[in-house]
Design a protein around this ligand. Structure first.
Ligand code: NDP
Length: 483
């Protein structure tokens, strides 16, 4: 029997009423461990302690806070190989991606370590004589972080790092599919010079502990990444307490391939954008909108590229695409393959279960041809290694198709035409736009978020994070006349 990996509740490691198994999606005979499930009393206790700890932490000097965040970030970067291996083992992305994710997560901490020293406000003269105004940011209080499994370390880190930087306490409910990465990050954070209970880990089911957390009146702000239905439920719960909320909920991102673009670049950008992370990215290029003049040549190279991709065990050398994360996600993916075919799309390659030496959730990268933008496979987020090609006759039609979606996280164009690239950047209705680059892959020092069903509330990352993790105070000062 494995040891039980515990939660961190009210400043102590704690077992729960029950535990769940965590298995490797590359090889389901590999048991990663048993993970405690927090109970509702533990949640109440940790929220009480978080409130006290937050006041203490907010009073720490800014260099003391900076040192904490810097230590966390440096340790993550130094241990990227080891923690990346653990991440890939439980999530299924190839080791290079797992290692890269942990390193990037460390960079979020070092970036926000520096931000600890840059908490500048504003000042102004009042319209009233002899009165001065200063405007400064204060912590919002106790922040609930609810994070997904597809970037178990990076997504959580781009929420936790700014939350701590701006003086808040954090209660973290990670996805139950990827608890090992959550325990590893927690172990690093709670070893630092922080008040008891400032940071909590409450692993457990979203429908029970997650729901109670987002309904809790002691939570001042909720940052969530996940699906649209869960996001809407969280917003509904949050409004009952007028809790601040920020949500990022996936997309149906499009890459427009123009006839004047570099064809080989377009193919590699499309393959990376569609199948990186097994297509399980909110920024994945799931709609490939291709100009008729290059459609056939593009499709030929794209299909050949997808067929050449090496699907395999996440930790094995040479694997380019790992397994799907879970049996449930795999079933949904296969349902989407059947749905696409029933809608009249042609499956040019992939989209099938692969027999492998290990018992895992292996699926070949799939490409649909002859699709239209009104098909459900082009309207709904599949979160699968599946991409659909939509043929268009002009740049204008390409742009209109890119924008014809309920979502709006990222979009991209492959073109050599400066005028088109510029027009696209300014008219694509997405929060992120790329030119001659994949729709997936963003930096950490600039805003991230989308429009429509993709996002709600202030942007994440970079300086924008301050909007969410702080509240503004406007002070009026009448100093009087010197005597
Ligand atoms: P969910 O939205 O169900 O889960 C995201 C997070 O929310 C998890 O931590 C989950 O916990 C938690 N959660 C679930 N229900 C509640 C609730 N009622 N109250 C509070 N927290 C809750 O996503 P799934 O993991 O089920 O994935 C389903 C689909 O969502 C994917 O196929 C994809 O389309 C989309 N998705 C989008 C992501 C993105 O990056 N935008 C990331 C992940 C998924 P638990 O794990 O215990 O259920």
């Amino acid at each position: 029997m494995s040891d039980i990996n515990r939660n961190f509740v009210a400043g102590e490691w704690a077992s729960g009423a029950q535990e769940i198994e965590n298995r490797n999606p590359s090889d389901t005979t590999d048991l990663i461990g048993l993970f405690a499930q927090a109970d509702l009393d533990q949640l109440d206790a940790t929220l009480d302690q978080a409130r006290k700890a937050q006041a203490e932490w907010a009073a720490f000097g800014m260099e003391r806070k900076q040192a904490v965040l810097m230590n966390i970030g440096n340790e993550m970067m130094q241990r990227a190989e080891e923690l990346g291996r653990l991440l890939s083992r439980e999530e299924g992305k190839p080791l290079a991606e797992g290692r890269g994710e942990v390193y990037r997560a460390g960079q979020f901490f070092t970036y926000y370590a520096a931000e600890c020293l840059r908490q500048l406000g504003e000042n102004a003269d009042s319209v009233r004589d002899g009165v001065e105004i200063d405007v400064r940011r204060e912590p919002v209080g106790v922040v609930a972080v609810v994070s997904p499994w597809n970037f178990p370390t990076a997504t959580a880190s781009w929420k936790i790092a700014p939350a701590l930087c701006y003086g808040n306490a954090v209660v973290w409910k990670p996805a139950n599919i990827t608890p090992a990465s959550a325990v590893a990050l927690t172990e690093i954070i709670v070893r630092q010079d922080i008040p008891k209970g400032l940071f909590s880990l409450v692993m457990g089911a979203g429908s029970t502990i997650g729901q109670r957390l987002v309904e809790h009146p002691s939570v001042d702000a909720i940052s969530f990444t996940g699906s649209v239905p869960v996001g809407k439920g969280i917003a509904t719960a949050a409004i009952q307490n007028l809790t601040k909320v920020q949500m990022e909920m996936g997309s149906k991102n499009a890459l427009a391939v123009m006839e004047d673009g570099d064809l080989d670049l377009a193919v590699s950008v499309a393959l990376g954008g569609a199948f990186g992370g097994t297509g399980q990215k909110c920024t994945a290029s799931s709609r490939l909108i291709v100009h008729a003049a290059v459609h056939d040549a593009f499709v030929e190279k794209l299909v050949a590229g997808a067929q050449a991709m090496k699907v395999g065990h996440a930790l094995h050398e040479g694997t380019q695409m790992g397994p799907v994360v879970s049996a449930q996600q795999f079933k949904e993916n296969l349902d989407y393959v059947a749905l696409g075919q029933s809608e009249g799309a042609e499956l040019a390659c992939g989209g099938a279960r692969l027999d492998m030496p290990h018992d895992g959730f292996y699926m070949s990268p799939g490409i649909f041809l002859n699709t239209t933008n009104d098909m459900r496979i082009n309207r709904e987020e599949m979160f699968a290694p599946l991409a659909a090609v939509i043929k268009v006759e002009s740049y204008d039609q390409a742009l209109a198709t890119v924008n014809d979606t309920n979502f709006g996280l990222t979009s991209g164009i492959v073109t050599r035409d400066l005028a088109r690239a510029t027009h696209f950047r300014r008219n694509a209705r997405t929060g992120v736009v790329t030119v001659n680059l994949p729709t997936a892959g963003t930096d950490y020092h600039v805003p991230f978020g989308g429009r429509g069903d993709s996002s709600y509330g202030p942007r994440e990352q970079g300086k924008s994070a301050a909007e969410f993790y702080t509240t503004v105070k406007t002070a009026y000062i009448s100093a009087g006349v010197p005597t």
